[in-house]
Design a protein around this ligand. Structure first.
Ligand SMILES: Cc1ncc(COP(=O)(O)O)c(C=O)c1O
Length: 354
């Protein structure tokens, strides 16, 4: 039957998470840009209610949650669709806009789901390399948009490079191409505080994708959302299944919207864990690319040696495989105590290999 599968799918490789086969729970996981803490204790009764009320046995309902999310985001309910992780938001948007052969412009190396889904569709990825310092390649990006381009992708900040796109560049793209959809991925919005959501009224071609996976510690529950003009949301509703987002994810997200300390983790990471790590790396003369969110690319002299040493000491980091990044690993930044542990281990390696 394999031969019955479309050839472009057969040619693809399945996405394999790093450290496949390893029991990651035994490690400090600084490899997947997750929130490294458990959900707040207030969430336990929410899950208990979900079970005892029978809500988990029924198909999920989103009626009560949507206006609350809309209020939180600052848009109307009709401008939102929730998705099974923002991965699904990305997937339905690409399926909505791209036919086989159409072009999608994106700066690379980028979050791999974009190119993967484009290839599943049979669309053409018009990749534009970041410059050597991982700076967004504005000129080349604008030049790459041509008559075959049917979707423009901006990831701000980008994963894995951590690079930001200046707001004036985003504005320039939106203004120059008012008839092309511009998908802006804001997965790390809570860490940067930078968003273009206030431009939704002004630019009808602006579509924003966000997630509860990172700041809200819900990567395992899977909840993302798309912010877009109402008539586009209606089209996306035809692609997403009616029950694709599970009841548990909605209940937990809903409860977190009311928790004043839900985002304390973000503050801890950005104001303590991150400056501490950057200072320590500088002090050890280990080059890194400062990222805007809760992760960064680190480029030690002996990348593989460091990654193995980390693992032997109970810490997972992510060695990058993209040709431009093979000398780096991506480090997720957690709260101070975790980063102290990371710095202690890398310092041990540096001293032992002097
Ligand atoms: C830039 C970016 N977008 C989207 C996602 C997908 O997140 P999720 O599907 O968990 O919402 C990620 C996850 O790492 C990401 O880094």
């Amino acid at each position: 039957m394999r031969n019955c599968v479309r050839p472009n799918i057969r040619a693809l490789t399945a996405y394999a998470p790093p450290w496949t086969g390893l029991d990651r729970t035994q490690y400090l996981r600084l490899d997947l840009n997750e929130n490294t803490r458990a959900l707040p204790p207030e969430i336990r009764p929410v899950l208990e209610r979900l079970l005892s009320s029978g809500a988990a046995s029924r198909y999920p309902e989103y009626r009560a949650f949507m206006p609350r999310l809309a209020q939180q985001v600052g848009v109307a309910e009709e401008n939102l669709i929730i998705t099974n992780g923002s991965d699904q938001g990305i997937e339905i948007l690409l399926r909505a806009f791209l036919n086989p052969g159409d072009g999608m412009v994106v700066a690379q190396p980028e979050f791999p789901i974009f190119s993967h889904v484009a290839q599943v569709i049979g669309a053409r990825v018009q990749g534009v390399p970041f410059d050597a310092n991982m700076i967004f390649p504005t000129e080349a990006f604008l030049d790459a948009i041509d008559h075959q381009t049917k979707l423009i992708v901006l990831i701000n900040p980008n994963n894995p490079t951590g690079s930001t796109i200046p707001l004036e560049v985003i504005r320039e793209v939106l203004t120059r191409h008012p008839h092309l959809p511009v998908l802006l991925d804001e997965a790390y919005y809570e860490f940067t505080g930078v968003t273009c959501v206030k431009w939704m009224e002004e630019f009808k071609n602006l579509i924003i994708v966000r997630t509860f996976s990172k700041a809200f510690a819900m990567a395992g529950l899977r909840l993302g959302y798309v912010i877009a003009p109402a008539e586009l949301i209606q089209e996306l509703n035809k692609i997403r299944g009616p029950f694709d987002v599970n009841a548990c994810a909605v209940a937990v997200a809903d409860a977190q919207l009311d928790l004043p300390h839900a985002l304390h983790y973000v503050e801890e990471v950005m104001t303590r864990g991150k400056p501490f790590t950057e200072n320590a790396l500088r002090e050890m003369h280990i080059p890194f690319y400062p990222g805007a969110a809760n992760f960064m690319l680190v480029e030690p002299k002996d990348r593989d040696g460091v990654v193995i040493h980390m693992k032997q000491n109970g810490i997972l980091v992510r060695p990058m495989v993209a040709p431009a990044l093979v000398k780096t690993f991506r480090l997720t930044i957690g709260p101070l105590e975790e980063m102290e542990r990371f710095v202690g281990v890398i310092r041990g390696y540096v001293e032992a290999t002097k």
